[in-house]
Design a protein around this ligand. Structure first.
Ligand SMILES: O=P(O)(O)OC[C@H]1O[C@H](O[C@H]2O[C@H](CO)[C@@H](O)[C@H](O)[C@H]2O)[C@H](O)[C@@H](O)[C@@H]1O
Length: 259
């Protein structure tokens, strides 16, 4: 069984904030929930935001389009939130979907999702606070609105991961079963092969356990990671407190690049 979400192998962090002056050939890989957008009670509560769109547009202009959003959400959901032309490079469902100006990549859904859909669906119907998000290539069972269900949700997801071969991805008040084969680290590596990104210094900014793959890939490929949120063992090099601090840092970095 593959479980993503154990950060125990990583060193404890006591990390400074990232520098405002970033390399002129940087490429930004930005997580959405908890990084560009504050965490909300339900996934659909996150929607378009004019200030975020303006900041992303300025970053794209300053970095010759080397800005990607790398998210656990689906491509369709990212389009709803960011707009269809908000960001040219998207990696979705933890890397199982990608969209670039050259086209789209979508992994084949794992057959185990059929059984998982039945069992997680039944569990979701047993507690009105649970929310099952079906992303076609993965199933995320959210328990933010019923935290006492956490153990039952995680146990069911662990059992299904063992039985089906799906990857268990633990996240922020969510247990997710996803098709194996990709993660946020492989998305960074794939996007860096795009013509616009070649030779760039990757900077990965994210808050969740799924973002650890992105931090590790950025470091391996010559850049660094920025952890968003509370201290924890991490592969990131720097840390910011939350989405507001992320926006302030990106705003200062873009000002520095364009002055
Ligand atoms: O990789 P991300 O862009 O950070 O996406 C991770 C997951 O984000 C969403 O769930 C989380 O945010 C919700 C809205 O703030 C919150 O209600 C939920 O509890 C969080 O787990 C999204 O729904 C998932 O599909 C993403 O995998």
């Amino acid at each position: 069984m593959t479980v993503y979400g154990s950060a125990a192998r990583l060193a404890p962090s006591d990390l400074p904030p990232p520098p405002i002056k970033i390399p002129s050939n940087s490429a930004l890989f930005l997580d959405l929930d908890g990084t560009l957008a504050p965490i909300m009670p339900r996934p659909d509560d996150v929607g378009p935001d004019a200030a975020r769109a303006a900041l992303l547009a300025r970053l794209r202009a300053a970095l010759n389009d080397r800005v990607a959003v790398v998210s656990g959400r689906s491509l369709d959901d990212l389009s709803r939130i960011l707009g269809t032309d908000g960001v040219a490079y998207l990696a979705a469902v933890h890397g199982l979907e990608r969209r670039t100006p050259a086209g789209e990549f979508r992994a084949e859904p794992h057959e185990g999702l059929l059984e998982a859909r039945d069992i997680l669906g039944e569990l979701a119907r047993s507690d009105r606070g649970l929310l099952l998000e079906d992303k076609h290539l993965s199933l995320a069972l959210h328990y933010r609105n019923t935290p006492s269900a956490a153990d039952a949700v995680v146990e069911a997801a662990e059992r299904l991961a063992r039985q089906t071969g799906l990857v268990l991805q633990l996240g922020d008040m969510v247990a997710e079963l996803r098709t194996p084969g990709q993660d946020k680290g492989s998305s960074v590596a794939a996007l860096l092969r795009e013509p616009a990104f070649r030779g760039a210094v990757p900077i990965f900014v994210g808050d969740d356990l799924t973002d650890e793959d992105g931090f590790a890939a950025a470091a391996r490929l010559g850049g660094f990671g920025v952890l968003v949120g509370a201290e924890r063992p991490t592969a990131a090099t720097y840390r910011l407190e939350g989405p507001q601090a992320v926006h302030a840092w990106l705003d200062a970095a873009v000002q520095e690049m364009t002055r």
